[in-house]
Design a protein around this ligand. Structure first.
Ligand code: AMP
Length: 446
């Protein structure tokens, strides 16, 4: 199969040739004809599967071939994305695909001045990539009209909900014309997303190019158990031992990112960090420098987890496990992209056992443990498996009072080794909410 047989027009084929895309990926093979035919879509695709081109190429073709010329402050196609970085990245891909088409494209997002964006929108934009909050600001300030809108794309829809954008999304829908094409893309599909899809989509075609909620199988994944306070030391040890060249590291909090970056820089290691507290320009610069291999270690909160496309990223390290298990899939999806192999290592302490268990249940695999000599934790991480079970510490046998003490050494009990328990059948049911998921109000900027 070729892009030409999918019905793409010559100016797009030329752009693809320049980019070196030869064969459509599975998600592209299914999405492109469906979008060209005007269908609504609900697409679940693994990260790195080429989903951006899957929606952007047919969208650009429809904009070029059909519909009116865009008028002042109007937009004909809107791509909503959860983060500023993703907005930049998707727009960059769109710009490349649209190279040979007479279409105006643009990206708007928060964290930067709104005035230049308002100026740019004055003459109208055929395709706009936007984060929900900034889009609403622009709409409320009359810088944007939706009367010409023909297509809405929700990219990383689950992430938008995770980040607490559901109210913004509801306000945006209310402002959009009812008659439109809607494409919903998400790497993972929670029940909330399915509900949203039910409300928004009209007779959608479902595309699922990989099993639900399964991490890319080109990524070799393993964990190292360690005490919490020794994680920085272990990270540096593994880095030196493995001669890591370029690593994307995920930490749970902004403070965690800053602390690790300070520690690494203090050791003369070329590291930088990105999180929601940093100005957009600083974040983008750090990311650009990392992509250009000018920064060796980039430490990030989950704001960087989705959608970032860094060519040939060999390694992702979870310095902390994510609170939301699905973020694990997104994080490790930064490596092993477009068929390349990658490695994902998680440093796991005893506090994180429930998070580990939720990840294993979601990805239906027991992550291989590879303990590091001299870093074996004092607080052992209980065994877990893909059934979502944490093997409970056996009850301490009651000692007879007169037994003579035992030399003051703490009896930690005996843990059951993973080899001693029958491996549970991997769940084949659709995975519902895992108990440790953070279901409370979520932060906008991790
Ligand atoms: P995405 O999943 O959209 O983030 O795309 C992942 C990466 O695959 C990006 O670097 C794309 O440029 C690349 N890509 C997408 N489609 C193709 C294709 N058909 N052939 C080669 N590379 C592709």
């Amino acid at each position: 199969m070729t892009f030409a047989t999918l019905g793409l027009i010559e100016p797009l084929l030329r752009s693809l040739e320049t980019l070196g895309y030869q064969t459509p990926t599975p998600v592209q093979a299914q999405a492109i004809p469906a979008v060209l035919a005007g269908r609504d879509l609900m697409a679940a695709a693994q990260t790195g599967t080429g989903k951006t081109a899957g929606f952007a190429l047919p969208l650009l073709q429809l904009l070029a071939m059909e519909g009116p010329k865009v008028t002042a402050n109007s937009v004909r196609a809107l791509i909503l994305v959860p983060t500023r970085e993703l907005a930049e990245q998707v727009h960059e891909a769109v710009r490349q695909y649209a190279e040979n088409l007479p279409l105006r494209t643009y990206a708007v997002y928060g964290g930067v001045s709104i005035n230049p964006q308002m100026m740019k929108l004055r003459s109208g934009v055929d395709l706009l990539v936007a984060t929900p909050g900034r889009l609403l600001d622009l709409f409320r300030q009359n810088a944007l009209k939706f009367n010409q809108l023909q297509t809405l794309v929700l990219d990383e829809a689950d992430r938008m909900l995770d980040l607490g954008f559901s109210e913004e999304l509801a306000n945006i829908y209310r402002a959009l014309p009812k008659k439109r094409q809607t494409l919903l893309f998400s790497a993972t599909f929670s029940d909330d997303i399915r509900l949203l899809a039910g409300q928004m989509l009209n007779d959608p075609l479902s595309i699922e190019v990989s099993p639900r909620n399964v991490a890319a199988n080109t990524v070799k994944q393993w964990i190292v158990t360690v005490d919490k306070k020794r994680k920085p030391e272990l990270f540096v040890h593994l880095m030196r031992k493995g001669k890591w060249k370029q690593v994307l590291v995920f930490a749970k909090t902004r403070n965690g990112v800053d602390a690790l970056v300070d520690k690494l820089q203090g050791l003369g290691i070329n590291a930088d960090g990105i999180h929601g507290d940093k100005p957009q320009a600083t974040r983008q610069r750090a990311l650009d420098r990392f992509k250009a291999s000018e920064v060796q270690i980039l430490v990030a909160t989950d704001v960087a987890a989705r959608g970032l496309d860094i060519e040939d990223l060999p390694l992702v390290v979870n310095f902390d496990l994510p609170i939301v298990a699905e973020d694990y899939i997104h994080r490790i999806g930064r490596t092993g992209r477009a068929g390349a192999t990658g490695e994902a290592i998680s440093l796991v302490c005893a506090d994180e056992v429930n998070l580990l268990s939720a990840i294993e249940m979601l990805t239906r695999q027991t992550l291989k443990r590879q303990n590091e000599p001299d870093f074996e934790p004092e607080h052992r991480v209980p065994d877990t498996d893909a059934s979502g079970q944490v093997v409970k510490k056996p009850k301490k046998p009651k000692k007879p009072k007169a037994s003579g003490g035992g030399g003051g050494k703490r009896n930690l009990g005996r843990w059951v080794d993973s080899g001693e328990i029958a491996p549970a059948e991997p769940s084949i049911k659709p995975v519902r909410k895992v108990p440790v998921f953070n279901t409370g109000p979520r932060k906008r900027k991790p």
